[in-house]
Design a protein. Sequence first.
Length: 285
Amino acid sequence: MEQAGLAIMIFVLMLGMGATLSPSDFGRALKRPKGILIGMVSQFGVMPLLAFLIARALGLPDLVAISLIMVGATPGGTTSNLFTHFSRGDLSLSISMTVASSLAAIVMMPLLVGIYVTSLDTPIEVPLAKIIASIVIVLIPVGIGMGIRQRSESAARRLEKLGSVFGILIIVFLIISFTIRELNLFASTSGAIYASVTLISFGGFIIGYWGSRMTGLSPKTARTVSLETGIQNTPITMGIILVSFPEANHAEMMTLPLIYALSIVIFSCLVTLVYRRISNGNGEG
């Protein structure tokens, strides 16, 4: 029942994401490759490596380490688009990066998880085929949402709002359901997990921003890449864990992405306030 409810909510969330997109977004992406390229290198090159190094440095258990690596390799989502708007970043670039990273994740996410898992202490069989299948299934409603937008802008706007609501519901649903089963889940969570969530979050923001600035991109573009890199679409991560891994591993693997999902909203608000201040200080619009 829990998995069925989660599947329905993720479906509606991704429908809402698709409803924000149009074919012209892909055209814009092709016209502005530099920002997207820097974002892709940060997203699928640096972030999974950072997650692996954090897991090793903090001595996370292997199943928790896999969760952190999956969070690091997860594409961005509509939350990053929202915070990009609030931080006065480049919204069209943000949407283009979300599309590009979501499509690339079909190949990159299982590939990266497979590579890094081989370096862990305990041999763990990663269900790569199931991960690929679950990502493809998750992205199908994105295409449906795009089709709805092509037919009706008003329906797409309603669907976008509904998708945002369901994104919040997914997090609440998972927290409640797992807390009921594991009453002391958050209280008993190790400090290492909280530290790893903080490090991967702010690491993503910093890497995205300064990686962009050092390659000559504008502050506005750098803010956009920063938020796209630092904010991961964790409902996808959690959905993949529930669908792909044995139920006996769910409680241990879900703790980190759940805490990340809660923390990233707070962290993103703080970073957005800083970026807005920078924007005002630079005299940007």
